[in-house]
Design a protein around this ligand. Structure first.
Ligand SMILES: [Zn+2]
Length: 417
């Protein structure tokens, strides 16, 4: 391959008109998008993606987990595949860039390479993973693809089980098919994902391209404090076993633990439910949903022990029972050195300012990191806003990101020739 590839860029007009078309599918208000996984809007977006791919002469494929891909094959026998992608689903009432941009950019990279007849030693594949946002099952598509999904994840999903069954049926998917979607890591050259930062750091630092070094791990628990129901006006304050006291004390303690001992970590109690849930009855049960995050494995493990130990201590303090239910986790990952270096070189070649960054949000790249060399490219989010119709990334940054994806993919592809 001569060095002409270094001047190759994506087709900006086509990329923009595709973006504008895709935004219309599941459009919500003036600037929002609502495409929850396997909803009608999401399915329509996936059909649109495949239609565009076929129009460009790419080969399309849907695996058992519903992951949609488009493929540009090199004509070398036994060649590995370099995957690029993200997700076309969105949170309900979300934004236009989260996920969609990465899939569109991957498609645009494939088309640009195809029409310029760039000879490659790897197959290139643009992939749209199912339910990254976890409306039904957290990371359904990429966890199935990377072999992390279990039967238990499907029978006891974080979302509503009946809804999961209905949506799978509508999409023509089955549990067996999903579990059989596991890839053969030996066939993969790597995975690259372009994504909006969803945080304020790149914009604040005036950086064009974030090279993701680590992706935070996240753990989900349901904690249920169990006391004794009784008349709120007759049982003395000393004698009552009020489940809400335990859960509330823990909620405040969790914040203090993170602030004082784990300043780089995060915890959140996002749901609290009392039973029987009446003005004049002492709560017998208090159920809270806990999640916590860290970018580093040692802190992740220590934070987990500290939080769960404190949960027990608060139960004892208020004379309560405690049921701790583990609902799943994604462990923190460090992304591949070679991929990071290729992204750095690609950014430099395009005259863009880059900096390493930690991803505080989860991404499909997290699922792929232990399966094949994985890299992730961030572009700035205006004011760090995401998962909202106000999500915005300046168009020039989207073009920059897609060109970095293209130039990174070329550098990785060359290393296989
Ligand atoms: Zn996303």
């Amino acid at each position: 391959m001569d060095s002409n590839w270094k001047n190759l860029r994506i087709n900006e007009q086509r990329f923009k008109s595709d973006f504008d078309e895709l935004c219309q599918i599941g459009k919500f208000g003036a600037t929002g998008v609502s495409r929850p996984a396997l909803s009608d809007a999401h399915s329509e977006a996936r059909r649109w993606f495949h239609r565009k791919a076929r129009e460009a002469g790419l080969i399309t494929h849907i695996d058992g987990a519903g992951n949609h891909s488009a493929r540009l094959e090199c004509n070398r026998k036994g060649a590995k595949s370099l995957l690029m992608g993200s997700h076309l689903d969105s949170v309900p009432n979300g934004g236009r860039y989260d996920g969609a941009l990465g899939v569109l950019a991957a498609l645009e990279v494939l088309r640009s390479l195809k029409e310029n007849n760039i000879p490659l030693a790897v197959n290139l594949e643009a992939i749209d993973f199912t339910d990254e946002e976890g409306i039904l099952v957290s990371f359904l598509g990429s966890f199935a693809f990377s072999g992390k999904l279990t039967t238990e994840d499907l029978t006891n999903p974080r979302g509503n089980r009946l809804e999961l069954e209905n949506r799978l049926k509508q999409a023509g998917m089955s549990a067996e098919g999903i579990l059989a979607a596991r890839c053969d890591p030996g066939t993969l050259a790597g995975y690259l994902e372009l994504h909006v930062e969803q945080g304020p750091l790149l914009e604040a630092q005036g950086v064009d391209i974030g090279i993701v070094s680590n992706i935070s791990g996240i753990s989900f628990y349901r904690l249920t404090y169990i006391g004794k129901a009784g008349h709120a006006g007759t049982i003395s304050m000393q004698d009552r076993r009020d489940a809400s006291q335990g859960s509330s004390a823990f909620t405040l303690a969790a914040r203090q633990i993170v602030l004082e001992q784990f300043p780089e970590c995060f915890s959140n109690v996002g749901v609290a439910r009392y039973e029987p849930g009446l003005f004049n009855v002492i709560p017998e049960k208090a159920e809270i949903a806990l999640e916590f995050r860290s970018a580093y494995m040692d802190q992740f493990t220590k934070l987990k022990s500290a939080l769960l130990q404190r949960a027990e201590e608060e139960a004892a303090r208020f004379n309560l029972g405690l049921n701790i239910e583990f609902l799943g986790q994604r462990i923190p990952v460090e992304l591949d050195e070679t991929m990071r270096h290729a992204i750095l070189e690609a950014s430099e070649s395009l005259g863009l300012r880059s900096a390493p960054i930690i991803s505080r949000a989860g991404h499909d790249a997290q699922a792929m990191a232990d399966v094949c060399p994985t890299g992730m490219i961030f572009i700035p989010s205006v004011a760090g806003i995401s998962h909202s119709p106000d999500e915005l990334t300046h168009w020039q940054d989207c073009v920059n990101g897609a060109n970095v994806l293209l130039q990174t993919a070329l550098r990785i592809a060359i290393s296989f020739s």
